[in-house]
Ligand binder design. Sequence first.
Ligand code: NGQ
Ligand code: ZN
Length: 451
Amino acid sequence: MSAFWSTTALLPSGWAKNVRFKVADGLIASIETDVPAGSGDEIHQITLPGMANVHSHAFQRGMAGLAEHRGGNSNDNFWSWREVMYRFLDRLTPDDMGAIAAMAYAEMLETGYTHVGEFHYLHNDAAGRAYDDPAELAARIVAAAQATGIGLTLLPVFYAHSNFGGEAPNHGQRRFIKGVDGFAHLLDACRSLLSNGDQLGIAPHSLRAVTPDELSALIAMHPQGPIHIHAAEQQKEVHDSLAFSGKRPVEWLLDAAALDDRWCLIHATHMTDAETDALAASGAVAGLCPITEANLGDGIFPALRFLEAGGRIGIGTDSNVLIDPAQELRGLEYSQRLLHQARNVLASDTHPSVARRLFEETIAGGAQAMGIAPGLAVGHAADFVTLNSGHPALYGRHGDQLLDGWIFAARNSCIDTVWKRGRQLVSRGLHKDSAAVTARYLEVVEGIMAE
Ligand code: NGQ
Ligand code: ZN
């Protein structure tokens, strides 16, 4: 494909009509508006930029739906879910993980994500021993991204402790553990795996898993590029942080880690008003995962205040219990409606459409958190998502109404085609290798469930 033409397209400047993108080497070489299609152009109706999924643990797709029944007692919570997740890892092989990641990434592409930030913490074998190649499992992530075609920001995770104060890791965490030197080797190995357009960041897992000294050492190891960390997802973490340092997790990070636009704080659910305002002012992104946060019973992010303070947000699929950016954005707005007993809470004066506001915010914040360029502009990757104008939720809709229809009113996906760096990966909502990826996934899941 050398040119891509769309009746309407969402550009950084807003909705444009009769838009022609020339594409060269996977990048947008030029954009013309109000022009007819050329002969041989790829022709579509409604074109959006691809979205970034800032936070995924791909392997967790394989246990989706398996933790939705009561365990031995009636007080299931985040921590009991985590035990189920740890048990799922008892036997998972590199091949299993690669097949599950490919399934998750194909689903991401099918729902409109063209880039994923993989917060990758599975490093050791099932006995907790390092593989001969420290990047054995990271390589499976990279291979799954390359096979499916999704863009990747690989975020190798440093994980060394079970709680604040450098507590020894527990048995369930044996596959995650690396020392500072081991992590340096892993980071080097990861760097050599990446291909064109992929990015490398670092991910100290959480203030529970990393001591302050280790955090400083990690940052020194990676002077540029994204830094992601889980923070303040659960009240227990806030209490443990206060007991350890006298500060809440986000407060501690703001004071000790000099947060700036390289940082992405995953969840940041439990913040005081002062933390909310200070995080917004720092330029860091809050990586929100509304579906997982609801699924795990985390709490409600203070989105209204954070956005009003100029805070930046991205969205992530985290546990991958369900993969769909439209449902993430809908869940984010609905959490605020329920909390504030009001409607259209996250709209703004410049964007009265809720979906448009959230789409724009997460395109910008998501790209920042991934270390890539946002939106459909010259020199940026030709990452197109087209909507199916024949979907009843979009009938007769124009401009921002299309986004509101997609995000609030469609029972099934409105996605028609998806393109990564000018290459078509999805048509009629299905990944080009869907049959093979799904067949391999079926085999792996049947094997796991039979054990
Ligand atoms: C994770 N997931 O690393 O997969 C975590 C659970 C933890 C979320 N926080 C483990 N949603 O935080 O200790
Ligand atoms: Zn996570």
